[in-house]
Ligand binder design. Structure first.
Ligand code: 4UU
Length: 526
């Protein structure tokens, strides 16, 4: 059975993302587009449009054109979107890296994506340089490291700004890759997700009738721009609609709460851990949040009781959205003003989007009202994984259905619920953690013979990575050793947070780790 949206189809948008998002920017002139919530530094829409054109000219002069990849490695800053849209304006593709990534993680992505330039900030030069060095040693490729601000020995993107028109670029919106974020999908290591200009522009059109942002709305940007959620709602959608984005370089609780009130924030996009803060922190009760129209929570499951607690405490409309990197990213969202949504609901299906609920073992449709693996078909389905046709085929079937690896159900009123996950992926505070990546890190330890990683839940019901580790015979390895070893090699959010030493990892005859047995074992522990 195919479920379709209750909303009328939207047109496929064949435009380039910088044209779509910034098309009205020059007209918006002195309206603030981005405000640094710490320093107050402001970039107006008029300035943003000019900066993007001038940096695009600079990047073009550096030889960036169609098919070239620029890696962007930065916390949220007002310059981030300038580099982002200037790259696509020059014809290139942006691959975003977590500002917390280790040099090893960065080098893998830089090599895989074939990045030519790495744009970072002075504060992150250490890991950025180490990553570029590692790439040169491994492949001989020379990646120039530029900074968004200023640092000795490196050129700044601000120094590249120049006047002059960028000649037309040969980029077809239907096939040209605008961004290449990394996601592990349902299995394996992080892969480059090819999102075309059409994917992204059409997804923005799909959300527009369900979730409205108006010129002058004020959006708090604590989600990172590098991750698809922040990229979509804090950059593309917010700037397309003429909102002002209050940019937070890092999540600091006091700064966040101050900004919510002082900046008269109208929309907040959050993930579950910050919802917990809003429910519990004493200072929240003192704030005047009368401007706040709506909170959207996504990227990980939100407890129904927690959602209700925040809604009651703040007296504000709260809903969820659901999406994934491979879906550009949205497919479901709480519809504005729909206050009779049942608890835990992720909202309604986007227009021009079809869904199926399927038993992953038999391929049979789930009975009405029953859960099944969520499959999605629509113009937001990615072009594929970069350089990995087999992984693409495993994710998107011959009929165009993307198998999400999430288990969902839908009620008779078209309210959707995400109830479980059948893929390997772990979500730590909404960030992706790929078990296969951690297993490879664990196996690089000389005292570890075998390892498997699954997600388990801590006291606060947050999902955290747990490693099952088989020590080498005769080794004196402790759980502490394992935690320390991994934390030195991966970004903090990917750290293994629980360890159990065991005698053997349960495996199928094919050698595949039987994660289900490990999950089962976890549930039956005292
Ligand atoms: C339970 O997290 C994201 C994208 C989030 C997003 C972005 C823009 C949602 C709506 C929107 O408009 O992407 P990824 O690729 O990092 O992780 C995708 C996975 C999903 O497959 C699912 O397992 O994150 C989980 N997830 C959720 N789980 C995402 N949203 C939800 C949710 N409830 N609301």
């Amino acid at each position: 059975m195919i479920y379709s949206s209750r909303y009328p189809d939207v047109a496929v948008i064949d435009e380039l993302i910088h044209e779509r998002v910034l098309g009205a920017a020059a007209r918006r002139g002195s309206l603030p587009a981005l405000v640094d919530a710490v320093s107050g530094r402001t970039v107006t829409y008029g300035e943003l449009a000019t900066l993007v054109e001038r940096l695009a000219a600079g990047l073009a002069a550096e030889g960036i054109g169609a098919g070239d990849v620029v890696a962007l490695h930065s916390p949220n800053t007002v310059v981030f979107p300038v580099v982002f849209y200037a790259t696509t304006r020059a014809g290139g593709t942006v691959t975003t890296l977590s500002p917390l990534a280790t040099p090893q993680e960065m080098a893998k992505q830089l090599v895989d994506a074939g990045a030519r330039i790495l744009v970072t900030v002075a504060a992150l030069l250490g890991p950025a340089r180490a990553a570029a060095d590692q790439v040169r040693q491994e492949t001989g490729a020379v990646i120039e490291v530029l900074v968004c601000d200023e640092a000795e020995g490196h050129r700044s993107v601000l120094g590249l700004l120049r006047d002059g028109q960028v000649p037309p670029r040969d980029v077809d919106p239907a096939t040209g890759v605008a961004v290449l974020p990394y996601s592990s999908g349902t299995t394996g290591v992080p892969k480059g997700v090819m999102l075309t200009h059409r994917n992204i522009c059409t997804n923005l059109e799909q959300i527009s009738g369900l979730h409205r942002i108006e010129e002058g709305d004020r959006i708090i940007a604590i989600l990172p721009f590098f991750h698809i959620y922040g990229m979509a709602v804090l950059l593309n959608n917010a700037l397309l609609r003429g909102a002002t984005v209050y940019v937070h370089p890092r999540f600091d609780l006091d700064t966040f709460l101050t900004s919510l009130e002082r900046d008269r924030i109208t929309h907040a996009y959050l993930a579950p851990p910050v919802m917990l803060v809003l429910a519990k922190h004493p200072a929240v009760g003192e704030l005047d949040l009368s401007h706040l129209k709506r909170i959207i929570c996504a990227a990980a499951p939100l407890d129904a009781g927690l959602q209700a607690a925040v809604a009651d405490r703040l007296g504000v409309e709260i809903g969820q959205a659901y999406g994934m990197t491979e879906l550009s990213p949205g497919t479901h969202i709480h519809v504005d003003g729909n206050t009779d949504e049942p608890p835990a609901c992720v909202g309604h299906l986007f227009p021009s989007t079809e869904a199926r609920l399927v038993d992953p073992l038999t391929g049979a449709d789930a009975a009405p009202g029953e859960p099944g693996e969520l499959w999605i078909r629509g113009p937001q389905v990615m072009k594929g994984y970069f350089g990995r046709p087999e992984d693409t085929d495993a994710m998107v079937d011959a009929d165009g259905w993307l198998h999400t690896g999430d288990v969902a159900r839908v009620d008779a009123d078209g309210n959707w619920f995400i109830v479980d996950r059948v893929k390997e992926l772990i979500k730590y505070k909404g960030y992706q953690v790929a078990p296969a990546e951690l297993e490879a890190v664990l196996l690089s330890h000389p005292d570890i013979a075998d390892a498997a990683v699954i997600g388990v839940y801590d006291e606060e019901n947050n999902e955290v990575p747990k490693a099952f580790v088989v020590p080498m015979p005769g080794a004196t390895l402790t759980g502490e050793d394992v935690l320390r070893y991994v934390s030195g090699l991966v970004a903090p959010y990917k750290k293994v947070r629980r360890v159990e030493l065991i005698e053997a990892i349960p495996k199928a005859a094919s050698g595949k780790i039987l994660r289900r047995q490990l999950r089962q074992r976890e549930r039956t522990l005292p």
